[in-house]
Design a protein around this ligand. Structure first.
Ligand SMILES: NC(=O)c1ccc[n+]([C@@H]2O[C@H](COP(=O)([O-])OP(=O)(O)OC[C@H]3O[C@@H](n4cnc5c(N)ncnc54)[C@H](O)[C@@H]3O)[C@@H](O)[C@H]2O)c1
Length: 345
């Protein structure tokens, strides 16, 4: 059986590394990777070819390949994008549009839809104020699409671009036979937490940062209030969702964009989990107004009924399983050699 050609952009990032390990373990894929950075040792041998450099400037290179699936993960994330807004727009919007154009061109030319998987975010939502957030309950895909951040605006607009290139590009009359369009599928991820990579300063990283600090016996000042609540997910579930959505039959999908949820927690609940695992933890709350404002604009939790109905989405990790079987054991192992570490064990 011939291998499927797959492109993973942003391959060196948290999701990229976990996804490439998963694809490789499944087998049957020729994985081409792209990133600004060289491949880390953990995934170096799993990539058939690595295209290093700024993908926005190197897009022409991608036309030489016959990709069946594209996982477009490269992006400037929320905190960085809020500081370097034009650069974020260039990477997040320009980069995505160029790749979508390439995938649309190939789909039509070779009469075979390229699957284009796009990681969107709960940052695509935006509440006018905290009261609206707290009153909203589970938020559906088409509600509160008024992001407050450059990152959120970029994600929402790229979802629309994906819809455009997969349905309307070329503007044929509705009675004409439709051409073969690319097959765009997006997931709005909550805050993702990996037990194996360190949090990189993202706006939803206060939870894992708190636990990493506690595990090392270091004090941590949380940059949001104790009652701040958003949804989170274990990295293995994020990878599972990408794989399941990739394989879902096109005819079962009524939407291009899907919420997925696993568990929703307050910063105070993260602190309780930290104390339970590391009784000497020193955690205070010192909200940063700018970052607090961003997190307050994101939903407490999302409604993922559509993903559950149409492609049988179901997370493997609830909060207890996430902390007890995945995250805490791994960070205990990571810092076990530190003399300052004192746990309940
Ligand atoms: N991690 C999360 O909690 C989360 C939540 C929602 C959505 N997402 C989305 O998932 C995707 C991957 O997230 P991640 O957590 O792995 O991010 P990450 O920051 O760990 O990785 C992003 C990767 O993209 C690369 N990159 C950035 N600009 C590039 C460019 N111009 N050309 C080539 N490569 C470039 C970076 O070098 C990096 O390796 C992003 O699109 C992100 O917006 C992540």
């Amino acid at each position: 059986m011939s291998e499927k050609a797959v492109l993973v952009t942003g391959a060196c990032g948290e999701i990229g590394q976990a996804l490439i390990q998963n694809l490789s373990a499944r087998g049957g894929y020729r994985i081409v990777t792209a990133d600004l950075a060289p491949l880390p040792v953990a995934i170096k041998s799993l990539s058939a070819e690595h295209l290093q450099g700024d993908l926005v400037n190197r897009i022409k290179q991608f036309y030489d390949y016959d990709f069946e699936i594209i996982y477009h993960l490269a992006a400037s994330l929320s905190s960085k994008a809020e500081v370097a807004t034009e650069e974020a727009h260039r990477i997040n919007v320009e980069g995505t549009m160029q790749l979508l154009m390439m995938a649309a061109y190939r789909s039509e030319k070779y009469k075979k839809p390229v699957k284009f998987l796009f990681p969107s975010s709960i940052a695509a939502y935006g509440f006018p104020n905290l009261q609206a957030k707290q009153a909203a309950g589970l938020v559906k895909e088409d509600e509160y699409n008024t992001p407050h951040t450059m990152y959120g605006c970029n994600k929402l607009y790229c979802e629309k671009l994906g819809l455009y290139y997969s349905h309307y590009f070329g503007q044929r009359h509705l009675d004409e036979n439709p051409p073969t369009m690319l097959d765009f599928r997006a997931i709005r991820f909550p805050g993702l937490i990996s037990a194996f990579t360190l949090p990189s300063g993202g706006t939803s990283d206060y939870g894992p940062e708190m636990l990493h600090a506690a595990a090392q016996g270091k004090p941590y000042a949380c940059f949001v209030r104790e009652d701040t609540k958003i949804s989170f997910m274990a990295m293995p579930d994020a990878i599972k969702s990408l794989m399941v959505l990739t394989e879902a039959p096109r005819e079962s999908l009524s939407n291009a964009v899907y919420n997925i949820a696993a568990f929703s927690l307050t910063a105070g609940e993260f602190r309780k989990r930290a104390f339970a695992a590391f009784p000497c933890a020193q955690i205070s709350f010192e909200p940063n107004p700018r970052r607090q404002g961003i997190v307050d604009s994101w939903p407490e939790d999302v409604d993922d009924a559509l993903a559950r109905q149409e492609w049988n989405w179901m997370p493997d990790y609830d909060a207890d399983k996430f902390f007890d079987e995945y995250f805490i054991p791994e960070i205990k192992k990571r810092y076990a050699h530190k003399p300052s570490l004192r746990t309940q064990e």
